[in-house]
Ligand binder design. Sequence first.
Ligand SMILES: C[S@@+](CC[C@H](N)C(=O)[O-])C[C@H]1O[C@@H](n2cnc3c(N)ncnc32)[C@H](O)[C@@H]1O
Length: 185
Amino acid sequence: MNTLTLVHKYLRQFIRPGDCIIDATAGNGRDTQFLCELTGEAGRVLAFDIQPQAVENTKKRLTEHGWDGVGTVILDSHANMAQYARPGSVDCIVFNLGWLPGGDHSIFTHADSTIAAIQAGLELLRDGGLMCVSIYSGGASGYEERDALLEYVKTIDSKQYTVLTVQFSNRTGDPPIPVFITKSI
Ligand SMILES: C[S@@+](CC[C@H](N)C(=O)[O-])C[C@H]1O[C@@H](n2cnc3c(N)ncnc32)[C@H](O)[C@@H]1O
């Protein structure tokens, strides 16, 4: 079990056909495709990335697998996601932080825009909705984003949201940290 398999397991249980999902970090589109498969033809997946290469890769993947009618890929920062969905209308939001696999490792997610995006996303979630944030650290991206996010999530209003931060206690190095946030009903 690693962060990706844990998060995917949780998403498989949570997402229902027809759901409206946001993939906040499209990258090469693996997660976007996975989310389209879970939500199915009746659903809708909005995927964001700031890199044209990532947007192109994700569009290509969705087209090749027949999901281009469900997934929409947007070249914009996830910090602007509120411009693309109504408050309370989104079932699930997924962040897979870090850099584009196979891409330029000097371009990666940063604490300021990620926190702005999480704040925007929390407003977009419906009651009972779920946000999953996988925090990567080490290497070129360092620890600044991880440390800022781990502090930030402690400040999220506990009357409205439940925040679970998962620690892989018996792993060495910097295993990615999954954070699950649910909006109370
Ligand atoms: C680890 S990758 C995502 C992997 C992707 N989920 C997949 O399945 O291939 C992180 C992505 O976040 C993107 N990113 C960085 N800052 C961003 C921002 N402010 N808004 C949206 N995407 C951003 C990067 O360009 C990169 O493609």
